[in-house]
Design a protein around this ligand. Structure first.
Ligand code: NAG
Ligand code: NAG
Ligand code: NAG
Ligand code: NAG
Ligand code: NAG
Ligand code: NAG
Ligand code: NAG
Length: 877
């Protein structure tokens, strides 16, 4: 077997993305037999695990008992070596579960990424051990994962590392019964050196994770929920996050690249290494996933390294006529790839690839400039979970999230409030999405009793440096955030000192980008807000205290700093649910009788309602437009997410999303699309028009459109023609009297017809209709690719019946699995793997995976009592 695609792949994996674009089939390589000759630098260890979880602590272990062996894992990321933790000379007490001889045959077999909590069941009690905030899913307890792999004598002469992209949480890793190390923060990517404990022949990895209750304000997930790799390299090699490429003097004519390569000699036998370091720069073709034409070459360097030492090699090169990286749609996300080779005596001993982009960044007091062009931040916040898939990372699910956001005109994502999967940044690089990369939700002061504050002092430096070094080559990352709504904002000097310490670390690791913290309470006069480079405000802009809120006070205190909303809106709604009466204002705090129904736990989708510290989208637009120096906003949130079901804590998932948890756009999607993607001919009518109980009653009709004028007709009778003024972002006819039939809107732009839309009173539900995301009916049998299948309940003309709520049963024939179903209803407590899912506002979703190494077709069927069933065929490629 050869593995051309993963040979010498850097930590910023190009592999998954290549698969996505080319639909290539990459075998999942189970490392059980002999190791191939031409082997990869990095091998997936995702398959073939055994797993067991317990809600008690049967092993009597804890992080605090084993901390002395775990802390040294951070040493590479702590600059002051006098602060390095020293590993005790002995192993801790024998842990039976970690021993190769331990019998794990009764444990569950599974592949990673894995989230042990997402299958449920949901806790429904009001005093549940995991309540609404954390998503009512059983994240708590101790989980053990075990896996065998074999190594040969050639491997024994190498350095062998375990790379874990994310494990929730308090990971501790044993190899052959020896505690290797670990990493507590569940969102961090980390590397452990297996070399000292590696055996020729069979090896047994055992990984222990531990999640406490009250450890997060939102759903954290549970388990090894990201990719895991085995990296095997020559003892002299490019280090873990071993390259750093930054650019300066960027223009269309040329750009200067600065490169730092960290070379490491991990030979424990004391051999000095004389190494030549060369790096070539090639165009990276996102379409094929391959290196294209070579465009530059860094000057080569020679370095002599004693055993156990690492050293940085710096060089610079100028690229002529660079193809710049920029966000879509205004610019193109062109990428390059740097291929670094280490040679000893002329022979290549390590090859390391780094994907990067060339672009300039300027943070002006009137906004962000990329390559000299102002880019207004049309951003959203995104938590890391992927809805019914939980935290278990899937590149297909992440791509679906980002591309739907991009369709809406979104150009930026804030990774609230923790480091994302590395592949999310690969996607953002490739798709041209800007990233505000955020690391912490808490510092020293707790938000909930078991959150990161417990380990902040021991781990903040290592976590922050590891995060920055992992992600700083990504051109999509344009802002670092080292905190969100931290209590330290109001803490006077000590809070500002903590901020300054974190700020200094960012400055040391990356002088090219600026920083922020999401500030919901710091005022312009606080010591805290002077520390951050950029003024990122949570809800302070949109006017609890006036139309532009705190923007003017920050503006006058910091006339030269960029100001923007790190969180805006917190508008809430339930897809397809309309409640009456409709508020006559443009924004209203939700309560019963005013957009809310606390009994059903639904919020009206007239899209005028928000939590009491928030505002509707329309109201945010007003304040952003009045403060024209503001650089843009990050809406809370793009997609719904698990947990934080404000305002109804008995539910399971959020109401904030512009897109619901299953991936169906709420009405608000078209409001943002009208403003953010104005070249799309959007015209969207709400509500639906099936109101048998409202005949003769006032039933407001609102229209979202990128046009500037609109005329609404009910059964052919004009309800009036309207023009948008400067501070209205929707058309509204609030006095329409309901009669069944047809609503039709014609919108105009600059006097010419722009876009039309129609909504009809439907007939009875008669049938189901299936469709796939992006009409993609081909699925790869790589054990990870997913197909997202929507089902609509329609009348016999194919109109979606908006109140249909009957149970739909999904079934599958052929070599595949229904991984999860959902409908976007935040109150639906049917476990996600259930094959039965109620339609919600006429729609539901099934997510299907093909079994690994299969061929043929998969037939997915949906049935529902009294309705004509539907079938869909997926081809396995
Ligand atoms: C854990 O501790 C309990 C109480 O001390 C003891 O009975 C039990 O055997 C221990 N279990 C293990 C796996 O060491
Ligand atoms: C650890 O325990 C295992 C299984 O109980 C046993 O086989 C092994 O010899 C023990 N190792 C040590 C160092 O005590
Ligand atoms: C690892 O190998 C041992 C010994 O052959 C076996 O008992 C155990 O089930 C294997 N574990 C896994 C996860 O394959
Ligand atoms: C190499 O560059 C890094 C990052 O800019 C810097 O910290 C370091 O001092 C440089 N080393 C040398 C030898 O110039
Ligand atoms: C490069 O050229 C484009 C198109 O002419 C222009 O919009 C852009 O501002 C230029 N970029 C830089 C960095 O000069
Ligand atoms: C909105 O309704 C409230 C209460 O019904 C009323 O007091 C107010 O005048 C109305 N405002 C407008 C602009 O119609
Ligand atoms: C939109 O509706 C108007 C009538 O109001 C009609 O004249 C026009 O052709 C329609 N345009 C499209 C694209 O359907």
């Amino acid at each position: 077997m050869d593995f051309p695609l993963i040979t010498s792949c850097s930590c910023r994996s190009t592999v998954l993305r290549i698969l996505l674009f080319l639909s290539l089939h990459l075998p999942v390589f189970a490392l059980t037999g002999a190791i191939p000759q031409q082997e990869a630098r990095r091998i997936s260890l995702n398959s073939g695990w055994r797993f067991q979880r317990s809600t008690s602590t049967p092993d009597n272990l804890s992080y605090s008992k084993l901390k002395q062996w775990i802390l040294p894992s951070a040493n590479n990321f702590i600059v002051d070596s006098t602060k390095h933790a020293r590993r005790p000379a002995d192993q801790p007490d024998n842990v039976t579960i970690s021993q190769p001889s331990f019998d794990d045959s009764s444990w569950e077999k599974l592949n990673l990424p894995h989230d042990w909590a997402v299958k449920g069941p949901f806790y429904t009690a009001s005093n549940a051990v995991i309540g609404g905030g954390m998503g009512r899913l059983p994240i708590q307890g101790v989980g053990w994962y075990r896996r065998n792999f074999s190594a040969n004598t050639a491997d024994k002469a190498k350095s062998v590392y375990l790379d874990i992209d994310g494990a929730m949480s308090y990971a501790m890793v044993w190899l052959n019964g020896n505690l290797v190390g670990g990493w507590p923060y569940g969102y961090a990517s980390f590397r452990l050196d297996l070399t000292p404990y590696l055996s020729v022949g069979d090896n047994t990895l055992a990984i222990r994770l531990d999640n406490t209750v009250d450890s997060s304000r939102f759903y954290p997930g549970a388990g090894i929920y990201r990719n895991v790799w085995l990296t095997k390299v020559s003892t002299t090699h490019v280090g873990q996050t071993g390259t750093w490429i930054s650019c300066k003097q960027v223009s269309n004519q040329s750009a200067t690249l600065d490169l730092v390569v960290q070379v490491e000699n991990a030979a424990n036998g004391g051999v000095r290494a004389e190494v030549d370091v060369t790096t070539d720069v090639h165009i990276f073709d996102s379409g094929t996933g391959k290196a294209g034409e070579k465009v530059a070459q860094f000057p080569s360097a020679a370095v002599a390294l004693e055993a156990g030492k690492r050293q940085s090699v710096n060089s610079s090169v100028t690229v002529q006529k660079p193809r710049l990286w920029g966000p879509r749609p205004a610019q193109e996300p062109n990428l390059y790839i740097a291929i670094t080779r280490l040679r000893i005596g002329g022979q290549v001993i390590d090859t390391f690839e780094t994907r990067f982009g060339i672009r300039s960044l300027q943070y002006g007091n009137d906004g962000l400039r990329i390559n000299g062009q102002r880019v207004y931040l049309q951003g959203v916040n995104q938590h890391h979970d992927l809805g019914s898939l939980g935290a278990a990372f899937s590149i297909e699910a992440a791509e679906r999230q980002l591309s739907m956001l991009q369709d809406m005109g979104c150009n930026a994502v804030r990774t609230s409030h923790n480091p994302p999967a590395p592949e999310l940044l690969d996607l953002a690089d490739q798709m041209g999405v800007l990233i505000l990369n955020e690391i912490f939700d808490t510092w020293k002061s707790q938000k909930v009793r078991n959150d990161f504050h417990l380990i902040f002092n021991d781990w903040y430096e290592a976590d922050l440096r590891a995060f920055l070094r992992r992600d700083r080559n990504h051109p999509s990352v344009v802002i670092w955030s080292y905190g969100n709504e931290v209590a330290e904002q109001g803490g006077g000097k000590s809070g500002a000192d903590t901020a300054q310490r974190l700020e200094d670390i960012v400055r040391e690791e990356d002088p090219t980008r600026q920083t922020t913290v999401g500030m919901n309470s710091a005022s312009a006069d606080s010591a805290f807000s002077s520390v951050v480079d950029l003024i990122g405000l949570n809800y302070q802009g949109e006017g609890r205290t006036g139309s532009t809120g705190s923007f003017p006070s920050f503006r006058s205190k910091f006339p030269n700093k960029m100001i923007f909303s790190t969180e805006s809106a917190s508008a809430i709604s339930t897809r397809g649910t309309y409640l009456f009466p409709v508020t006559n204002g443009s924004s209203s705090a939700v309560k019963d009788g005013q957009g809310g129904d606390s009994k059903a736990m639904y919020v009206s989708a007239y899209e005028l309602y928000a939590v009491d510290w928030g505002a509707s989208a329309d109201k945010v637009f007003v304040s952003q437009d009045r403060a024209s120096y503001v650089a843009g906003e990050f809406v809370w949130t793009g997609w719904d997410y698990l947990g934080e079901p404000t305002p109804y804590n008995s539910a399971r998932s959020s109401y904030f999303g512009i897109i619901d948890l299953a991936g169906f756009p709420k009405d608000r999607f078209y409001l943002y699309q009208s403003r953010w993607n104005p070249t799309v001919r959007t015209a969207h009518i709400l509500p639906h028009w099936n109101w048998p109980d409202r005949v003769g009653q006032v039933t407001p009709v609102h229209v979202f459109s990128s046009g500037d004028e609109a005329e609404l007709f009910l059964n052919g009778v004009s309800q009036g023609r309207q023009k948008k003024d400067q501070s209205t972002y929707r058309f509204r006819w609030d006095k329409v009297t309901y009669q069944p039939g047809e609503l039709q809107v014609t919108t105009y732009k600059a006097g010419a017809i722009w876009a039309n839309a129609t909504v009809r009173t439907t007939g009875q539900a008669t049938q189901l209709k299936l469709s796939t995301y992006r009409e993609r009916t081909v699925i790869r049998a790589d054990g990870s690719d997913l197909s997202f299948i929507s089902v609509a309940v329609t009348d016999d003309k194919g109109n979606v019946v908006p109140q249909a709520s009957g149970t739909i049963t999904f079934s599958i024939q052929g070599p595949g699995t229904i991984v999860a179903t959902d409908n976007g209803d935040p109150t639906d407590m049917a476990p996600f793997p259930s094959k039965d899912r109620k339609a919600f506002a006429g729609l539901a979703l099934a997510i299907v995976r093909a079994n690994a190494d299969t061929t043929g077709t998969i037939t997915v069927k949906a049935t529902s009592t009294g309705l004509q069933a539907a079938e869909l065929i997926l081809e396995i490629a």
